[in-house]
Every structure is written in C-alpha cells, then in structure tokens.
Design a protein around this ligand. Structure first.
Ligand code: ZN
Length: 176
C-alpha cells in the first residue's frame, strides 16, 4: 500500500479524456495495487471518491466509499457508463480532492443507473440515489476532463472552506 500524489487543478492530466481499461488487465497485480492505493489515498485525504486521473493515471477507474447514515459501501467502477438519469434534479455542495479548500453548489440528476465492471472484472448494473449518485457523477466527470467548477451554473456559491464551515456547513451537512 502506498499513498499516491493527488493531481491538483491546473495539472493537464485532469483535463484529459481517460482511456478505457482493458478487461484482461483488471486481475493483474499492478491494477489491483492501484485500486488499493487509490482507496488508501482517498481515505488519507478524507475524501469519499477518487478517480484514477486524480492520481495521474488517465484511465477509467473510480473508487468511492462513505461511512455514515447517508453513506454508501466501498465501490470500484471500471469503464462506467450511465444508462439512465432520473428525472429530478438536486443541488448539493461539492468539493474535490484536486481543488483545495473550495466548495460550490452543483445541480445534478438525483438518480443514476450505471453499468461498469467491478474490481474482479464482473459486470455491475446498479442504481444510485442521494450522495452516492452525486459522487458517481462527480467522479465520472473526472474521466472526461471535467471538474465540479465546470458544472456550476452560478459561481456566486463558490466558497472558501473556512467561510463554508462558518456560514454554510450547518445547513448542508452532506458535502462530497
Ligand atoms: Zn473531484
């Protein structure tokens, strides 16, 4: 296990289109190690999701986990595609391990149906709502070179962390 350096906003890798993973590579030691290292890096940085491009590996791999009442289990998505977006939109505060100390409100569909491969190469077909749905969409954006700032429709909510904690966090406990 090892902590990986996190690419920060301005690093060109965050703006690249990530390549699909070759399914025959998934079982390999190097790929499995990358998954473990991404989880360790995500937990160390106190994030709930991490996309491979954020650790300078431009391939379609996401790891996610969030404890607590509104949380979701440890999840690995490889080559994910969204098959369906729910009809309702929700607004959530988002932050990003590649964008230090900023929070902003993003409106996204409240439900998604996703197909992907899991860390064993098995096909996954799942629906997600709430924070999990937000996290999946946020992380999948990293695979097409987007960050949450690109998804903000109103930059007026862009908030530095210190002021977020002072003015906004109490009303909005869930932050990705
Ligand atoms: Zn992010």
């Amino acid at each position: 296990m090892a902590l990986l350096p996190i690419a920060k906003l301005g690093n060109p890798v965050l703006r690249q289109i990530a390549a699909p993973v070759e399914p025959s590579d998934i079982a390999g030691r190097a790929f499995q190690q990358l998954i473990d290292d991404m989880f360790e890096t995500m937990h160390d940085a106190e994030g709930i999701g991490l996309a491979a491009p954020q650790v300078s590996s431009s391939q379609q791999l996401l790891v996610m986990a969030c404890e607590g009442e509104h949380g979701f289990p440890e999840t690995v998505l490889i080559n994910p595609t969204i098959l369906y977006y729910g009809p309702h939109q929700v607004e959530n505060w988002e932050g990003c391990l590649s964008v230090d100390d900023l929070r902003g409100k993003v409106i996204r569909p409240s439900m998604v149906r996703v197909q992907a491969l899991d860390r064993h190469g098995a096909r996954l077909d799942m629906e997600a709502t709430g924070l999990f749905a937000v996290c999946i969409q946020h992380e999948m954006d990293h695979l097409i070179g987007k960050v949450f700032l690109d998804r903000m429709t109103d930059l007026a909510t862009l908030t530095q962390l210190e002021e977020f904690e002072r003015f906004w966090q109490k009303q909005h406990a869930e932050v990705i």
